[in-house]
Design a binder for this molecule. Structure first.
Ligand SMILES: Cc1ncc(COP(=O)(O)O)c(C=O)c1O
Ligand SMILES: N[C@@H](COC(=O)CCC(=O)O)C(=O)O
Length: 366
């Protein structure tokens, strides 16, 4: 029954904007009534950030991905991963979804599993915020924090998720990193939304990359519309993608990052073959400073990957010069990192307190 409901989202063409909108309905054709949780995924607002736009003389535009019903950009991937599992008959009614995640994909999956009647089991590195771990439990997921070890270690959270799914009957490992249904979500939805909302006036896009689904899917779609749009990976410290896209070497950049949900040690299947023009390595000091500027100057309460995205967009805008449009996204809210990113002692312990403009430090919790 629920399966049929989800299957009612065929490839559609929006009559107003003439873009394919995949499983996610375009608001310009839908009436105001949406089909359940999954009907509300995507079609997020595009917002102009006034302060940084004025400073750079460019339009810095952000997709408000924190406004997805599960609260992050990963709701889109979660929906497509489940749709893909259903299409391939990998899961039957009442089955179990198992995933390895830094948290946000798990949160999206947990919501959709509730809506579709599946069980949800989440393996995640125990380094991730307690807010995400607790939220997953509240959503009814069986959440299993495990020691954070590299991907080439058999105990990496993704391998544990795969093995556990294989040990069950009627269970699927959705494999967000290497299942390109993730990228497809952004080829069919985020990319077309950006094209439509900007009226095609977009000079560059940039996104922090975890699985790579967002960056690669948006880049793939937009390049089909205009080859000249610059597609730039925004990479945190300690990730390999900056070097990969600037000099072709799989080599970590210096340091490690407090950002969660982004940064990679390899080129995932979702990133392979993506039309990427370059990369920027954004320091945590810049990402954190921008996160607090976004709160106090623009009014948006966000996680650090959003600050990193906007810091990268500002750098690209400065490089391009006035009159250009740079698009990125606001991935999730500050609530997911409340006891870390908004805590004076936690930031101090990471050497990041000084990164926050002094006039904004008064609002931190101890
Ligand atoms: C907070 C946050 N920002 C950005 C991303 C990056 O998204 P992607 O996996 O599409 O690269 C994620 C992944 O969930 C995330 O959790
Ligand atoms: N953003 C996704 C994936 O998270 C990551 O890619 C974190 C880095 C890594 O695990 O290698 C999610 O929230 O699950």
């Amino acid at each position: 029954m629920l399966r049929v409901a989800l299957a009612q989202f065929p490839q559609q063409v929006c009559r107003k904007c003439v873009t394919r909108v995949g499983f996610i309905k375009c608001y310009s054709t839908s009436n105001s009534i949406l089909d359940g949780f999954y009907g509300t995924v995507g079609n997020t607002p595009m917002i102009k950030l006034n302060g940084v736009s004025k400073e750079t003389g460019c339009d810095i535009l952000v997709k408000a991905e924190f406004m997805n019903p599960g609260g992050s950009v990963k709701d889109r991937a979660a929906l497509y991963l489940l749709k893909d599992a259903q299409e391939k008959n990998l899961i039957k009614d009442g089955g179990t979804v198992v995933e390895g995640t830094a948290g946000n994909t798990g949160i999206g999956l947990a919501h959709i599993c509730n809506a579709l009647g599946y069980k949800c089991i989440i393996y995640m590195p125990n380094t991730q915020s307690k807010e995400k771990i607790e939220l997953l439990s509240v959503l009814g997921a069986d959440v299993r924090p495990v020691p954070a070890v590299p991907f080439d270690n058999p105990d990496n959270y993704n391998h544990q998720a795969r093995r556990y799914a294989e040990s069950l009957t009627n269970a699927v490992w959705t494999n967000q990193f290497d299942n390109t249904a993730n990228r497809r979500a952004h080829i069919e939805t985020t990319g077309p939304e950006i094209w439509r909302q900007t009226g095609g006036k977009v000079d560059a896009v940039t996104f922090g990359t975890g699985t790579g689904g967002t960056m690669s899917g948006v880049a793939t779609y937009l390049k089909t519309k205009n080859q000249n749009i610059k597609t730039i990976v925004a990479d945190p410290q300690g990730s390999v993608l900056y070097h990969w896209y600037t000099n072709g070497r799989i080599e970590r950049s210096d340091g490690s990052s407090i950002t969660e949900g982004i940064g990679q040690g390899r080129v995932t299947a979702n990133m392979q073959g993506a039309p990427i023009d370059g990369a920027i390595c954004v320091q945590d000091t810049d990402a954190v400073e921008m996160t607090f500027r976004l709160l106090h100057e623009e009014g948006f309460y966000l996680g650090a990957s959003s600050g990193l995205n906007v810091a990268a967009a500002v750098q690209i805008a400065r490089d391009l010069g006035p009159g250009h449009t740079v698009v990125t996204c606001l991935c999730d809210t500050g609530q997911r990192y409340f006891t870390r990113l908004y805590s004076k002692s936690w930031l101090d312990g990471k050497g990041l307190l000084e990164a926050i403009p002094e006039k904004y430090r008064h609002s931190l919790i101890e």
